[in-house]
Design a binder for this molecule. Structure first.
Ligand code: 5GP
Length: 195
C-alpha cells in the first residue's frame, strides 16, 4: 500500500473478530449510527439469496480476483475458508483523501497487512464472552454444518490469539450485551468525520 495514504486527512478503522462474535451486526449498526463509510469487499465465495452484489460484497471469480491481486488493486486480501476476500484499494484511498472515516470489516490476516502498511489505522477487536458462548451462537445461527462450525471455532481461536499477541488492536470489546458493545464502538467512531 503506498505511503501516500499516511498523509490522508481521513481516518481508517479496522474491525475484526471471529464469526459468532457479532462483528458484522455491530459494524453495520455502528456505521449506520455514525455515518462512517463502510468499505465493500470483493469475494470469490458464492452469493446467498439475501445478499446484494455491490452492496454486501462484490462477488467476483477467482480469475478476476487474482488479476486484481496482480495489479495491486487490493489494500489487503486473505483466503478464508477456501475463498478469497479483499478490500478494493481505490475507493478507500479516495474516501480517505476526501477526509472521510472509513471502516474495514475484515479478518485478522487482512488486518495485519493493513496495520503493517498503514500504522495509523485504528484496530477494534470484537470478542465473544467465552468459548462456550461462541459455540452456542454459531450453533444457534443454524447456518453451518457441524464440521464447518468446528472449523470456525478453530479459526476463532487462532484469530483471537494472533490478534491479542500482536497488540495492534487499540480497542478490545467483549460483545456480551449488544447495546453496550455498540455504544462503545459508536463512541470510538463518532469523534471523526462522517461519510
Ligand atoms: P463471510 O463469508 O461470513 O461474509 O466472511 C467470512 C470472513 O471474511 C469474516 O471474518 C469477514 O470479516 C472476512 N472478510 C470479509 N471481507 C474481507 C476482506 O475484504 N478482507 C479480509 N481479509 N477478510 C474479509
Amino acid at each position: 500500500m503506498p505511503n501516500s495514504m499516511d498523509n490522508s486527512p481521513g481516518k481508517l478503522f479496522v474491525i475484526s473478530g471471529p464469526s459468532g462474535s457479532g462483528k458484522s451486526t455491530l459494524t453495520t449498526m455502528a456505521v449506520k449510527q455514525t455515518g462512517a463509510c463502510l468499505s465493500i469487499s470483493a469475494t470469490t465465495r458464492g452469493q446467498s439469496d439475501s445478499e446484494i452484489d455491490g452492496k454486501d460484497y462484490f462477488f467476483i471469480t477467482r480469475e478476476q480476483f487474482e488479476s486484481k491481486i496482480s495489479s495491486t488493486g487490493f489494500l489487503e486480501y486473505a483466503e478464508v475458508f477456501g475463498n478469497y476476500y479483499g478490500t478494493p484499494a481505490a475507493p478507500v484511498k479516495k474516501m480517505l483523501a476526501e477526509g472521510k472515516t472509513v471502516v474495514l470489516e475484515i479478518d485478522v490476516q487482512g488486518a495485519m497487512q493493513v496495520f503493517e502498511n498503514f500504522p495509523q489505522a485504528h484496530g477494534i477487536l470484537i470478542l465473544p464472552p467465552d468459548d462456550q458462548e461462541l459455540r452456542r451462537r454459531l450453533e444457534a445461527r443454524g447456518r453451518d454444518k457441524q464440521e464447518i462450525i468446528e472449523q470456525r471455532l478453530q479459526k476463532a481461536k487462532w484469530e483471537i490469539d494472533k490478534a491479542q499477541q500482536s497488540n495492534l488492536y487499540k480497542n478490545i470489546i467483549v460483545n456480551d450485551k449488544l447495546e453496550d458493545a455498540l455504544a462503545e464502538i459508536v463512541s470510538i467512531l463518532s469523534y471523526t468525520n462522517q461519510c
